[in-house]
Design a protein around this ligand. Structure first.
Ligand code: FES
Ligand code: FE
Length: 401
């Protein structure tokens, strides 16, 4: 699992100007990408979806990241496991469906057959002494917190102290454990995964690139303009009895051995109550909310799993590295589990804002990659409003070396 940084990488890190964007090879060198996957992605906890997609025994979804594929499956015994989608015979990809319900998984190559718990049930025409028990599917670590499924490829996974603390103050009051998936959309992006993450971590681009988002989110403005409205939001949350954590520590600096997590609370503009086209409600209130508080909570876990909670819906925002210059952004919309599409919420209205916002992000992230690929690209300084992107890059440089 562990790879050593190359001579080139060590030199690049040494040459990195503090407070400046990363140099070109970080965004287009295949060897660095491979090293990052082993060092920055696989050892961390990654959000792989929401529990509500696996209600019955045999339900499964496959999740893919870089060259790995994992089957998340609820076994006939009711337990959810993360099974590596690699046949134990000669290594064929086993399950080729993105989701479904299965009693067993049959390899398309020589038909070895595995149970929903990963055990090898049958292997045709193998000699009598062949040990089936030793050839079950490999498993990786899986944890469900507030309805969110996290997986880790690490042998010994990072601790979840900060993650559990952040989730108790964010996902929990919004009732995410009892939510359901209303919609999911995938946006393929022709760019390195870090450009997608950096873009997500800053709102300097929001005012020029996201008119729709900026209309109702004060986060798009310079922070000094928001002190008063953020204070009002805190008062409203308290009066509603909703305790929401506002951990201002940027926990990507978490101590060794613990997964990183952070949370940020921000107000919507005066009169707006949700992330929608007109700022109005889009679905029934979730969790502990008895009224709209005029705010939104952002929280993040590890390097590529991000979340947003409005009082009436939530979003899982996953960045999935594919290759050095290909990333997928997956957006999953959550609503209360008893909300009925077409009656309690309109799908087009629910998904409008983060659909247009993600399309715009895809465009600017791809343009960013195109410019960086130029021989004349020179990393420039981060602006004060890009503090989140800068902290992500600092953390990246410390982790990758
Ligand atoms: Fe799966 Fe042969 S590779 S049965
Ligand atoms: Fe954006």
């Amino acid at each position: 699992m562990h790879s050593q940084p190359s001579e080139m990488l060590t030199q690049l890190i040494a040459a990195q100007k503090p407070g400046h964007a990363l140099q070109q090879p970080f965004y287009n060198d295949g060897a660095i990408f491979k090293h990052e996957m082993q060092r920055m992605i696989m050892p961390h906890w990654l959000c792989a979806g929401h529990l509500s997609s696996l209600p019955r025994p045999g339900d499964f979804v496959t999740v893919e990241i870089a060259s790995e594929s994992v089957i998340l499956c609820r076994g006939q015994d009711g337990e959810i496991r993360a099974l590596l989608n690699v046949c134990r015979h000669r290594g064929s990809r086993l399950c080729t469906e993105p989701a479904g319900n299965a009693r067993s998984f049959v390899c398309p190559y020589h038909a070895w057959t595995y149970g929903t718990d990963g055990a090898l049930r049958s292997a045709r025409l193998m000699p009598a002494e062949f040990d089936r028990d030793a050839h079950g599917l490999k498993q990786i670590h899986l944890r469900v917190i507030e309805g969110l499924i996290f997986i880790s490829f690490a042998e010994t996974p990072l601790g979840l102290v900060h993650v559990e603390e952040v989730m108790a103050g964010t996902a929990k009051p919004y009732g995410w454990a009892a939510a359901k998936i209303a919609h999911r959309a995938t946006f393929p992006v022709k760019a390195n995964w870090k450009l997608a993450v950096e873009n997500y971590m800053e709102c300097y681009h929001c005012s020029p690139a996201h008119q729709e988002y900026s209309r109702h989110h004060v986060f798009a403005r310079p922070p000094a303009q928001n002190t008063e409205i953020d204070a009002k939001l805190r008062q409203r949350s308290v009066s509603l009895g909703v305790a929401i954590c506002e951990l201002d520590r940027y926990a990507l600096h978490a101590e060794h051995g613990q997964e990183t997590a952070d949370a940020l609370r921000s107000a919507l503009t005066e009169g707006a109550v949700s992330g929608s086209e007109d700022g109005g409600p889009v679905a029934p209130l979730m969790g502990d909310f008895t009224d709209y508080d005029g705010g939104v909570t952002f929280f993040d876990v590890g390097p590529v799993s991000n979340f947003l909670a409005y009082p009436d819906h939530g979003l899982i925002y996953r960045f999935i590295p594919k290759t050095v210059d290909r990333t997928e952004m997956e957006v999953i919309w959550l609503v209360r589990d008893d909300a009925r599409e077409g009656i309690d919420y309109d799908l087009a209205r629910l998904t409008w804002l983060w659909n247009v916002t993600s399309i715009a992000d895809k465009r600017i992230i791809e343009l960013n990659q195109q410019g960086i690929n130029s021989a004349f690209y020179e990393p420039g300084p981060y602006a004060p409003m890009e503090g989140g992107a800068r902290r992500f890059v600092d953390w990246y440089l410390r982790s990758i070396g």
